[in-house]
Ligand binder design. Structure first.
Ligand code: S3P
Length: 429
């Protein structure tokens, strides 16, 4: 293995981004006081908090916790300004579901990346439910305008994309519909919304690709612990696999089966990973992860599991670059609609670093090499946090100066990334 760096020790991973958004939003629409421990205070989740404040929700950081006084949407008030989601697709799509059931006007907008991402996937089904919702570019993009509503209709949706954001948007709107709302997706997407609503007493049934929400049930807020984000842990897990003499321990990580396939994929590649102390917390699986230097083999990824590893694919490409043999990832066209076009971003920047990677319409072919020498230089992350952190992992295998422009965008999901990495490297980075 050609590399000079190694990482070691216990890594502290912040709270899960998806669960943090849901914890703030669902606590606000529920009744009662909720103390949220290990909430992710990153740029994306702070935008969710700010929006809830503008809607009149009593929500504040007290010590390390987020405390929400749930008031139900009937007590939300019309915001006196535009609601700004920043870079966060989850905030925009989930809040559109909630706001579609209010009787006032809201305008939601975001940064350049958000306002270029597809929104017809929520505007169309919400309109079918009876929401007064429109968007820029013939209802395809944000800004999105939602105006007062006379009641939503329950509907059955058979979607052609598997997106947890779309599903959650419709489930949240479905809480306020006149009859059941049913969503059937082509593959299984993350189910944190379903789990949290169930924990708060909603009448919801979910099984794989199929979710049904029965409206009219009282949501009762309960204190929450947010597990560590597996998508953030992924950078340190992969770094430990591809660097010599490395071993890391990462505690209290969310291992929800709709998210943990990434670990199984790495294990199938020959990764030396152990999952310890599995347990349930607030209706979510949690465990500790130990991983160490490994000899990896290339893999053919089944397109059915793409929604379950969607956010980890860029860093998976870094693992594949040092595996023996080829890794083929297909059926991942959704990556083109993330914070950046991640197929293009990864292909272009990894190629510049010397990785043998071929861009496909819906994925990549990576010809790995365990002795690969990563070239130094200046790299572009397109303002996309997951590209920035995946490049940082790749760059650990470079013996040259490896500079990532605009690296501060990691604050979107993992503000302490640099600190944790320096600590694990023994301040050698
Ligand atoms: C998320 C769902 C995923 C993921 C995103 C967060 C969520 O998107 O990529 O980072 O919190 O629901 P889709 O499932 O909508 O593709």
């Amino acid at each position: 293995m050609s590399c000079i760096k190694s990482i070691n020790g216990e890594i502290k991973i912040p709270g899960d981004k998806s669960i943090s958004h849901r914890a703030a939003i669902i606590s606000a629409i529920a009744e009662g006081n909720v103390i949220i421990n290990n909430f992710l205070f990153s740029d994306d989740c702070i935008n969710t908090i700010e929006i809830l404040k503008k809607l009149g929700v009593d929500i504040k950081k007290i010590g390390d916790n987020l405390v929400v006084q749930g008031c139900g949407i009937e007590n939300f008030r019309e915001p006196d300004d535009v609601l700004y989601v920043g870079n966060s697709g989850t905030t925009l799509r989930l809040m559109c579901g909630v706001l579609s059931a209010t009787n006032f006007l809201s305008v939601l907008t975001g940064d350049k990346s958000i306002n270029s991402r597809p929104m017809s996937r929520i505007i169309e089904p919400l309109s079918c439910m009876g929401a007064n919702i429109t968007g820029r570019d013939k209802n395809k993009k944000a800004p999105v305008i939602i105006s007062g509503n006379n009641g939503l209709k329950g509907m059955v949706f058979k979607t052609d994309i598997s997106s947890a954001q779309v599903k959650s948007c419709l489930v949240l709107a479905g809480l306020y519909a006149d009859s059941i709302t049913e969503i059937i997706q082509p593959a299984i997407s993350r189910d944190h919304t379903e789990r949290m609503l169930e924990y708060f007493g909603a009448n919801i049934k979910y099984d794989g690709r199929h979710t049904i929400i029965y409206p009219g049930h009282r949501l009762e807020g309960k204190n929450l612990f947010i597990p560590g984000d597996l998508s953030s842990a992924a950078y340190f897990v992969v770094a430990s696999l591809i660097l010599k003499d490395s071993a890391v321990i990462i505690k209290n990580i969310g291992m929800n089966p709709t998210r943990s396939r990434f670990i199984e994929v790495l294990k199938d590649m020959g990764a030396n990973i152990e999952i310890k102390n599995p347990r349930m917390l607030n209706n979510e699986q949690v465990a500790d992860i130990e991983s160490r230097t490994s000899n990896l083999e290339g893999i053919n990824i089944d397109s059915n599991i793409i929604p379950n590893i969607i956010d980890e694919i860029p860093v998976l490409c870094a693992a594949a670059a040092f595996a023996h043999g080829s890794t083929i990832i297909s059926g991942a066209g959704e990556l083109r609609f993330k914070e950046s076009d991640r197929i293009k971003s990864v292909s272009a920047q990894f190629k510049n670093a010397g990785v043998n990677i071929l861009e496909k319409e819906d994925g990549f072919i990576i010809k790995g090499n365990s002795g690969l020498r990563i070239k130094g230089g200046s790299f572009e992350c397109y303002g996309d946090h997951r590209i920035a952190m995946s490049l940082a992992v790749l760059g650990l295998r470079s013996e040259e100066h490896f500079f990532i422009d605009n690296f501060e965008c990691v604050d979107t999901s993992f503000p302490s990334f640099k600190y944790e990495l320096k600590k694990a490297l023994g301040d050698k980075y």
